[in-house]
Ligand binder design. Structure first.
Ligand code: ANZ
Ligand code: ZN
Length: 755
């Protein structure tokens, strides 16, 4: 019997195994030789000054656990990481502390790498990308040029969003509730000439493809609403053209309202309703938006809540006794969208210079591809001025150039690209970066064919209409240009939830910010990883409590104690109860990994450990191994440590292999086999009945049935509701009703309570 060191010391074993994995190249993916490629991606972070945010630590852990599970299942997992280092976020911080953005991001990026490594994630560190690196942004500029050549980039004058604090224009997607997404300052409207990408030309495709994407339901819904397709009718009420989606209500239109910026605002008092031939009054009000339809509506108070409120406020007659006209032939059909073209110019310093040249004779001319990258010069006056021009406009040595067409004097564009262009194609770069010839092409066609689209993408819901829309658009453009043969960058996207602390939002002023470093030092990263995942299903996030992580550490200590003592006292025969429970655990874990409900697998592991200690049961060698494989994605270091002890025991039984002098780090260097290279154990149990039938009720009455529902779906109320609503009978009964509440008895009955 070899003596086991009794105490669990994460500060010792965690760095130890990280070093071994790195040395053995366990986290490196054989990009060219992989047989079963699986691309597991997590949204790369902005390197911020505070270092890795706890939300990042949580989300990256969820992604890493999934990747480790896929590895155990035998896939060649590629799990890269990089830094979204260009952009306003990093730049604003650099400005605040008066440090050059380049110096600041270099420093912040190094700190991020240190922290992500400490999390124990299996990143392929040999293929990182940093968007502010000229080797990367050369290709971001190349992407701009492709979009331009495809006729999808144009300069346009428009009322644009301007952030007075960031002193730059912003895209519609970067304005959240009227404020700048980055600094929360209220945005202003300004008329300016800028570069736009015609994302609107893809509105229908962006919308239609959503049906076939396996994405978190609420993200798909957000995208759908943002695209905002409406099919309606344009009708002339004399000189006023209105847009309506309810032409059938025209007999009840008792007034017309114009938006304040409408060209006829305050110029016209009455118009004639073309259906009733009655004269009705015209008003101007802010509830009618400039940017929707024609900026003019017909008011039907009996059917529209906003019109009703307006009619009441202004004492207008409310007509209730009229017929809906179903086959009226009036006006012309029109489709409108909420989506606007993507404004990509930024009057800032810290971004990829837009690769365009303005010549007095030839107009705007694209930079020839052979001249890329257009390097961002290292200047000291990088502060934005807010005069509609970026800091580069003060640098003739940057902007003075020759026209690529006529050779005459010309000037470069001095605005830089929106940072969302940087991240719109990074998933294509990762597998190709640092391959031979990676400086010749943005992405290698063969490698891309093999590795893309991404198999599993995880990240925050806050990017629903930003990054997650933009990268779909860029992928479609590249596909249309023949560079790739798929048009969706990822089939699966999973949105994680948010972490709060002691039921409150984390903020520096409250002093309740969780710094992952501190917790790693105090409890070990395996305990932190387990605790993150134990807080709740990943899509929900959770409430981080110090008591909670303490409790988890106690459990980890216990696992260590119980398994090590079992290791020195292996059972020869398998106990049938243990065997059955272990098999159940394997089955449960398989399902939970795929739905990211890791918390319930952890709970089941806890039950299993209780069973061992309560009933003083001992596992066999094989059983320990199986248990450790399930534990490994969550607590990779602990599982490795215990597994290697198990392996050493095997060696002790074979005295050919001498023990190492310290008796502990007893690795066989030549034949080192990691727990993370084991095959996922097979459960001997029959698969549980996985298909359910869910009854759909409306106000308690049976209206439909969803049959052969997979357990994952049955667990997901949100998705199930979406699916139920698509049932034609349910649709019929829901028509015109308002859903007040949904009551769901899991896997059995879904009841819509309607008013
Ligand atoms: C008459 C009507 C009757 C409308 C009714 C709706 C319901 P939804 O309903 O969200 O799909 N609309 C048109 N242009 C607008 C603008 N510039 N600003 C604000 N509202 C505008 O959106 C379509 C409806 O929004 C249109 O159909 C119009 O009101 C209103 F029972 O016309 B409707
Ligand atoms: Zn010219």
């Amino acid at each position: 019997m070899i003596s086991m060191f009794a105490k669990y010391e994460p500060s010792e074993i965690e760095p130890k195994w990280q070093k071994v994995w790195e040395e053995k190249g366990l986290n490196k993916t054989d990009i060219a030789g992989a047989k079963k490629p699986f691309y597991n991606l997590w949204m790369f972070p902005y390197p911020s000054a505070e270092g890795l945010h706890v939300g990042h630590a949580f989300a990256s852990t969820a992604s890493d656990i999934y990747g480790r599970f896929k590895r155990l299942q035998g896939f060649d997992v590629f799990q890269p990481i990089g830094y979204d280092s260009f952009g306003i976020h990093s730049e604003n911080f650099a400005l605040k502390i008066g440090e050059h953005p380049k110096k600041f991001t270099d420093r912040a990026t190094k700190n991020y790498e240190r922290q992500l490594r400490a999390m124990g994630h299996m990143y392929d560190w040999s293929r990182t990308v940093t968007t502010s690196d000229p080797n990367y942004y050369k290709w971001t500029q190349w992407i701009f040029l492709q979009i331009y050549k495809a006729g999808l980039a144009y300069r346009g004058k428009a009322m644009v969003n301007f952030c007075p604090k960031c002193k730059t224009v912003l895209s519609d997607e970067q304005v959240v509730d009227g404020a700048c997404e980055r600094c929360k300052t209220a945005v202003e409207k300004k008329e300016m000439e800028q570069w736009f990408f015609k994302i609107t030309a893809f509105a229908d495709r962006l919308l239609k493809n959503l049906d076939n994407l396996d994405w978190t339901a609420k993200i798909k819904l957000t995208q759908k609403n943002w695209i905002g397709k409406k099919i309606g009718v344009l009708v002339n009420f004399d000189a006023v053209e209105i847009f309506t989606t309810r032409i059938d209500t025209i007999l009840g239109a008792t007034f017309v309202v114009l938006s304040p910026n409408h060209s006829l605002a305050n110029k016209i008092k009455t118009v004639v309703n073309p259906a009733t031939k009655k004269e009705i009054p015209v008003f101007v009000d802010e509830y009618v938006l400039d940017s929707v339809g024609t900026g003019a509506i017909m008011g039907v108070p009996a059917y529209d809540e906003r019109d009703m409120a307006f009619a009441k406020k202004n004492n207008l007659p409310i007509l209730t006794d009229f017929e809906l006209v179903l086959d009226i032939k009036i006006g012309k059909e029109m489709v409108i969208y909420h989506l606007r073209d993507w404004l990509i110019s930024r009057q800032r310093y810290w971004g990829a210079p837009i690769p365009m040249i303005n010549c007095a004779k030839c107009g705007w001319v694209a930079v020839p591809e052979k001249d890329l990258p257009i390097l961002l010069p290292e200047i000291t006056d990088y502060q934005p001025e807010g005069n509609g021009r970026g800091p580069l406009a003060n640098h003739p040595e940057f902007y003075q150039t020759k026209c690529p067409k006529c050779g005459g004097e010309a000037t470069r564009e001095t605005d830089v690209c929106d940072t969302f262009l940087d991240s719109s194609w990074y998933e294509l770069r990762y597998p190709s970066t640092r391959s031979s010839g990676s400086d010749q092409v943005p992405f290698d066609p063969e490698i891309t064919k093999k590795w893309l689209p991404v198999n599993m993408y995880m990240g925050g819901a806050e990017h629903a209409v930003l990054h997650l829309m933009y990268f779909r658009f860029v992928t479609m453009v590249l596909r249309d240009l023949g560079f790739i043969d798929f048009e969706e960058p990822t089939k699966s996207f999973f949105a994680h939830g948010l972490i709060i602390k002691d039921k409150a939002k984390m903020s520096k002023s409250r002093g309740n910010v969780v710094n992952p470093d501190e917790y790693i030092t105090k409890y070990g990263v395996d305990s932190l990883r387990l605790y993150f995942m134990f807080m709740g299903p990943v899509e929900q996030g959770g409430d981080f409590r110090d008591d909670g992580i303490k409790g988890m550490r106690r459990w980890v200590d216990r696992v260590f104690r119980i398994v090590s003592s079992n290791l020195s006292n292996l059972s020869k025969r398998s106990n049938p109860i243990l065997e059955r429970e272990l098999n159940k655990l394997i089955q449960k874990a398989e399902r939970d990994f795929e739905s990211r409900h890791y918390n319930t697998t952890i709970a089941k592991m806890m039950e299993f450990i209780n069973l061992l200690s309560d009933d003083k049961l001992q596992m066999t060698n094989e059983q320990i191994k199986k248990f450790l494989i399930i534990l490994a994605p969550f607590a990779p270091h602990l599982a490795e440590e215990l597994y290697q002890i198990l392996e050493i025991q095997g060696q002790v039984l074979e005295p050919r292999i001498p023990a190492l002098p310290d008796g502990r780090q007893n690795l066989r260097p030549s034949a080192f086999l990691s727990i993370h290279q084991q095959p996922w154990p097979k459960s001997d149990l029959l698969p549980q009945a996985e298909l359910a039938t869910v009854i759909i009720q409306i106000n308690g009455k049976l209206r439909g049935k969803l049959e052969n529902i997979k357990t994952d779906l049955a667990d997901n109320q949100e998705l199930l509701v979406e699916k139920a609503k698509q049932d034609s009978n349910v649709k019929k009964f829901l028509f015109g009703k308002k859903i007040k509440q949904v009551i769901y008895a899991k896997g059995k009955v879904l009841n819509f309570v309607c008013g």
